[in-house]
Ligand binder design. Structure first.
Ligand code: FAD
Length: 479
């Protein structure tokens, strides 16, 4: 018999995951349909990983309101769900008189947006706090509530919590069309039809395409690419805060920041792009490098270990596009920066909109709101010894750069949303994130996956569907 869900969420980036997490608190049948073979493979996978304080968005916009609320929630949720997060504060640098005027504007905006603890610093204060900053600096805006987070784990943790609380996740289920059966929506996906009373559109860069399947076109996505350098841990303490430059109308500019893993991230630029073009260009990277050195001239780009790019779901609207656009159809569209920060607040606001649209929200009494995972490298010697005596797999280090053990890899393969690719393991454990970028641990992870999942090594993929690693045998087996 055909099942009708109360709510179908389209897309499982940070916004879809936060929506699923929020709705999992209520007595509802919820399904998430995601195009890719894992969660958080769109913009949520490749961004600056900053939990913004909230002085940038214009007062009165949804972005302003949801940024400040989301920043507070990110801190609480990270603690409850064991997500790496550090509140390190941010500095926006000024280099001339015009920049100093911009800082005044941002400071005033921040006050109107209720951002706590903002302070304007003079040149000497900035250089005292951050000695590696260019001596050309003229002042800075300090926002102590800004933080850094692991965006993959944040999204995975939200989605896992939703799944543990009964939400169904259908991966590899790209939505192809949406129609109606009687009173309900019929969503045709690559893995079959899904029926639901309500739809939430959280399809990121494709949110205009999904919107147009049910409603009159009212906005369009204008994708914008941002490119990055990720530097080795030897550069990770070059600065202590998130270092921004003064923002323009379209971007927050090139930043330099430590990551939660102890690396240094530098980027992004902003160039119009295709929806899926995550290639790096030498022009783009040259621009990022020289812009970053204006802030922190001593960065050693020789210690770069990886470049990557992410696509912003910018739109022809200056704000997030959040609202009911057809009966029982809610857009969470054009969620550009600060979308990572705002996501949990977007979900709370969206649940209210669904309730106003007739969805009954009755709290579950047995909702599970905590999560804990083993991070071997962070344990004390006593804790490590105890764990190894309970399970020797935690005593075998597979990724030597990041000290990730076989036990953690096995955990990732049997977690509520199990990793099904080498990069899926990386996003859950940090394996392959270090200086060798998986050169040494990749083949061993492949072996572990083959053994644990009971599949032939040739079927293991690097990331997306079809990204097979082994193409055939080079030697015949001996008799
Ligand atoms: C370069 C860059 C830097 C950024 N830096 C920051 C930052 O530091 N701090 C911050 O707060 N924000 C930042 N952002 C913004 C933030 O990353 C995004 O706002 C956020 O990730 C958007 O989440 P989302 O879930 O809407 O989109 P996505 O993460 O893109 O998720 C959308 C999902 O929908 C799926 N999907 C698409 N089409 C379909 C379909 N037809 N059927 C089923 N599923 C579909 C996709 O596969 C994807 O998983 C940055 C963004 C970029 C690109």
């Amino acid at each position: 018999m055909k099942k009708t869900y109360d709510v179908a969420i389209i897309g499982c980036g940070i916004v879809g995951a936060a929506m699923a997490y929020e709705l999992s608190k209520y007595e509802l049948d919820v399904v998430v349909v995601e195009k890719e073979n894992d969660v958080c493979c769109g913009a949520t996978k490749a961004n600056s990983a900053i939990i913004h304080a909230g002085f940038d968005p214009l007062p009165g916009t949804l972005m302003a309101k949801l940024n400040v609320m989301g920043s507070r929630m990110a801190k609480e949720i990270s603690q409850a769900l064991d997500v790496p997060y550090k509140q390190i504060g941010s500095l926006v640098l000024a280099f001339d008189e015009d920049d100093l005027k911009t800082l005044d504007v941002l400071y005033e905006r921040g006050l109107l947006n209720s951002v706590p603890g903002l302070r304007l610093l003079d040149r000497d204060e900035v250089l005292q706090m951050e000695p590696e900053i260019s001596p050309n600096v003229a002042g800075a805006l300090c926002a102590p509530t800004a933080g850094i987070i692991n965006p993959w784990e944040y999204g995975i943790a939200l989605a896992e919590t939703a799944v543990r609380n009964g939400v169904e996740l259908r991966l590899s289920s790209e939505v192809l069309s949406i129609g109606q059966d009687d009173e309900n929506w019929r969503i045709t996906t690559k893995s079959g039809d899904v029926h639901a009373r309500y739809i939430v559109n959280a399809a990121g860069v494709n949110s205009d395409i999904i919107h147009n399947m049910t409603a009159e076109p009212s906005f369009s996505i204008r994708p914008s690419k941002g490119e990055y350098f990720l530097l080795d841990k030897s550069e990770g303490s070059r600065v202590k805060h998130v270092i921004f430059q003064c923002p323009s109308k379209t971007t927050k500019g090139v930043l330099v920041s430590p990551t939660v893993h102890g690396n240094l991230i530098v980027g992004p630029n902003a160039v119009p792009s295709e929806r899926y073009d995550v290639s790096n260009t030498s022009d783009g990277l040259d621009y990022v490098r020289s812009a970053a050195m204006r802030s922190v001239p001593s960065i050693s780009f020789r210690d770069n270990i990886r470049n990557f790019a992410g696509i912003r779901a910018n739109s022809d609207n200056d704000d997030f596009i959040i609202g009911i656009s057809a009966p029982r159809f809610l857009d969470l569209a054009g969620i550009k920066s600060p979308g990572l920060t705002a996501a949990p607040a977007i979900a709370v606001y969206a649940a209210e909109l669904l309730q106003n649209e007739g969805l009954a929200l009755s709290r579950k009494s047995d909702w599970i709101g905590t999560r804990k995972k083993v991070r071997f490298s962070e344990l004390s010697v006593e804790e490590k010894n105890r764990l190894i005596s309970e399970n020797p797999a935690y005593g075998r280090v597979i990724c030597r750069c990041e000290t990730v053990t076989e036990g953690e890899i096995i955990d990732a393969l049997h977690s509520p949303i199990p990793a099904r690719s080498i990069d899926g393991v990386k996003r859950r454990t940090g394996s392959g994130m270090g200086r060798c970028q998986g050169g040494f641990c990749g083949p061993r992870i492949l072996e572990i996956m083959s053994r644990e999942l009971g599949i032939d090594p040739s079927e293991i993929i690097q990331d997306r569907e079809g990204s097979y690693i082994l193409t055939g045998q080079t030697k015949k087996e001996r008799c």
